[in-house]
Design a protein around this ligand. Structure first.
Ligand SMILES: Cc1cc2nc3c(=O)[nH]c(=O)nc-3n(C[C@H](O)[C@H](O)[C@H](O)COP(=O)(O)OP(=O)(O)OC[C@H]3O[C@@H](n4cnc5c(N)ncnc54)[C@H](O)[C@@H]3O)c2cc1C
Length: 261
């Protein structure tokens, strides 16, 4: 029987600022006041803010003689970054996600986003399939005949995987890893595209915003929308000042006036 699964997103990596080094730098350039005024800390937002303020030396008025006023409030500062599409400074903050139990339908589409990402995907050339975990969306779960027939197909495919492993004697003593890999790669061709697998995905905040906007769109694929929405919800908690411009439509699309910063 196929194991029922649901695609799940976890953040396993986020930016870390070395505040001692940053403070040394700020002191050297006469900007220590910026750090001492801070009341709350958020490393991802702060690294974006530091990058932005470095561009114009806008830590305090008149550090750059051309700058007579600065925004002191960080949220306001970052909101302005978003509004002015100064997206390049967001590239300094990178997050790493584990996208667990996502299908190959999902990964095919997800890896089309090339800019600002790093991707590691479970290799089904190396990892031999034993069972075929599978996601049935809620509407499909409510269709008893669909579920029964789907399970029958998946169970037959699982049995065929086991039969092939036995037939090729992959667990016999002395079978080389090269041989296992070759046969495992052949065997995966009989797995469905809906097979749940895993992807480690790292992306910077500029990219995350673009992908959420594109992939929660009402025209996007169902599972892709589900995962993109989970990432959006996590990021809205992680870096609220960089995601609070979004309005989520009744249909679940993340929309903003500042698309593709
Ligand atoms: C609803 C939907 C349906 C889709 N249907 C299909 C389909 O039928 N067939 C298909 O093949 N694909 C399809 N796609 C995938 C789509 O064509 C893109 O490949 C994918 O969304 C990646 O987005 P991106 O081009 O913005 O790339 P990203 O890598 O996310 O790039 C971000 C941005 O950087 C810039 N950029 C990236 N690379 C370059 C470059 N080489 N040169 C210049 N600028 C660059 C662009 O401004 C780009 O938007 C679909 C996507 C969606 C959302």
């Amino acid at each position: 029987m196929p194991t029922p699964v649901t695609p799940t997103v976890r953040i396993i990596g986020r930016p870390h600022l070395d505040r001692d080094e940053l403070n040394r730098y700020l002191t050297e350039v006469g900007a220590q006041g910026w750090a001492s005024q801070r009341t709350h800390f958020n490393d991802a937002q702060d690294v974006v803010e530091v990058a932005g303020r470095t561009c114009y030396r806008s830590w305090a008025p008149r550090l750059n003689p051309n700058v007579t006023r600065v925004r002191n409030d960080s949220d306001e500062y970052l909101g302005n970054i978003v509004a002015h599409r100064h997206g390049s400074v967001m590239e300094h903050a990178q997050y790493t996600f584990i996208l667990q139990d996502v299908s190959r339908v999902f990964t095919h589409e997800w890896v089309r986003h090339r800019q600002g990402v790093a991707i590691s995907q479970e290799s089904l050339r190396y990892v031999r399939l034993v069972d075929l975990p599978f996601w049935f969306p809620e509407w499909a779960q409510n269709d008893a005949e669909l579920v029964r027939r789907g399970h029958d197909v998946l169970t037959a495919l699982e049995e065929f995987q086991e039969w092939m492993a036995d037939h090729f004697q992959l667990d016999a003593p002395g079978v080389s890893f090269h041989e296992k890999k070759a046969k495992t790669s052949f065997m995966r061709r009989f797995a469905p595209e809906g097979l749940a697998t895993v992807l480690v995905w790292s992306a910077n905040i500029r990219t995350i915003r673009h992908v959420i906007e594109t992939r929660t769109d009402e025209g996007a694929e169902e599972e892709v929308r589900l995962v993109a929405n989970q990432i959006g919800e996590l990021m809205a908690i992680e870096t609220p000042a960089l995601f609070d411009d979004y309005v989520i439509t009744d249909g679940g699309a993340w929309t903003t006036q500042h698309r593709k910063v």
